[in-house]
Design a protein around this ligand. Structure first.
Ligand SMILES: [Zn+2]
Length: 384
């Protein structure tokens, strides 16, 4: 066991409280992949090895709690159409479904690997990955098996959309998702999710699917209120889900319920940016006492980005979060959305997932939209 001292930290963000728990002129000691000491440099213990942060800022790694990054092909044509005056419709997902079904494991793995590396080079140390581009038993299970190679935070999203071939047999498809598909996917999944919105699944359908997954031992989360105030957030509160994601259109009543039930609202500004849609106002969520997480929603159709610094910058500029709230939401908020207390902060006992930024303050992360050199450590190991 080797203890490593990270010294000469100009500004340490511990996230020990909502004000980021900042310590100036700080040091951190990590051992066996964990933080074993954090505090003022003056009282730092000695260690076997030393890393010089060179006066830079150290933050917890980003926890990106919402991605769809196992896919094939791209949707640049959708982007072109939308940016030329078309609107966002969930049906575009079928294009990616066809591409995924026709791809080999190696193709899917190679595409995902590239995106995971891109994300981690920008400071992301934990990623959630959803299925939802297979939409048949074999492909959904295959996608989740591959996703597991990258993260433990895998989510079964068979109820992403009714696939084209089942358009006339909607109920049959829902039975399949709750039955055979769930049986095949549950061993590779921690979570179950449903796209509950206009053109996707209704509240009653979403409830059925989520309850089937929960009965199988999965934990629930939901895509809700992206395209309209369609009841996903209310359902999240009713079922006590970990998170409701998107929340572009959400009533005061639903916000009260989310706060009361401690359901995290995961905001995905990349989706509004890419689809040229109105952004939710994060201030409303915070005023109601709802915990906010920020995530990338990385997917080829409506948010093809992995950079959490860019997500923070968008949330600040367009959703009216302040920089402090945005960093907290992109780290601790993401961890809370995944019900994890070992990540998202840098306190004694937490996993040593951290970023040393070549900048004096965390403010430079959104201020410079992530264009700062950094050293990223995952479980105490430096990413090369
Ligand atoms: Zn999504």
């Amino acid at each position: 066991m080797t203890a490593t001292l990270i010294s000469n930290i100009g500004e340490l963000v511990t996230n020990s409280d909502k004000d980021l728990g900042i310590v100036n002129d700080a040091a951190l000691v990590i051992e066996n992949g964990k933080v074993i000491w954090a505090g003022s440099a003056r009282s730092a213990p000695s260690a076997d090895a030393k890393i010089d942060a060179d006066g830079g800022c150290v933050t917890p790694g980003f926890v990106d709690s919402h991605t769809h990054l196992i896919f094939a092909g791209d949707r640049s044509k959708d982007y072109e159409a939308r940016m030329s005056g078309g609107s966002y419709a969930s049906g575009g997902i079928n294009t990616t479904v066809a591409a995924v079904r026709n791809s080999s494991d190696d193709e899917l793995r190679a595409n995902a690997k590239q995106l995971v590396e891109q994300a981690s080079s920008a400071g992301t140390t934990t990623l959630e990955i959803k299925s939802g581009y297979g939409l048949n038993v074999e492909t959904e299970a295959r996608v989740l098996r591959i996703a597991r190679e990258f993260t433990d935070e895998t989510t079964f999203l068979g109820a992403h959309l009714v696939p084209k071939e089942s358009a006339d047999n909607r109920n049959e498809y829902i039975e399949l998702v709750k039955g055979k598909m769930l049986d095949a996917c549950a061993p590779h999944s921690r979570w179950i999710d449903v796209f509950c919105d206009k053109g996707a699944f209704t509240v009653d359908e979403a409830r059925e699917v989520l309850q089937a997954g929960i009965a199988k031992g999965l934990k629930g989360r939901i895509h809700g209120n992206q395209l309209g105030d369609t009841g996903g957030a209310d359902l999240a509160a009713e079922l006590g889900l970990a998170s409701v994601d998107h929340c572009t259109h959400v009533s005061d009543k639903a916000l009260e319920a989310l706060a009361a039930k401690k359901v995290v609202a995961t905001l995905l500004p990349g989706a509004e940016f890419f689809t040229r849609s109105p952004y939710p106002d994060a201030r409303r969520f915070l005023q109601f006492g709802v915990t906010v997480a920020l995530a990338s929603d990385c997917n080829p159709g409506s948010s093809f980005l992995t950079s959490m610094p860019l997500v923070m910058a968008l949330a600040i500029r367009e959703m009216h979060m302040n920089p402090k709230e945005a960093l907290y939401a992109a780290t601790k908020g993401g961890a809370m959305a995944l019900q994890r207390d070992d990540i998202g902060h840098l306190i004694v006992g937490s996993t040593a997932d951290l970023v040393i930024w070549d900048a004096p303050s965390y403010l430079h992360i959104p201020y410079r939209m992530g264009e700062i050199k950094s050293r990223v450590f995952i479980g105490g190991d430096e990413r090369i």
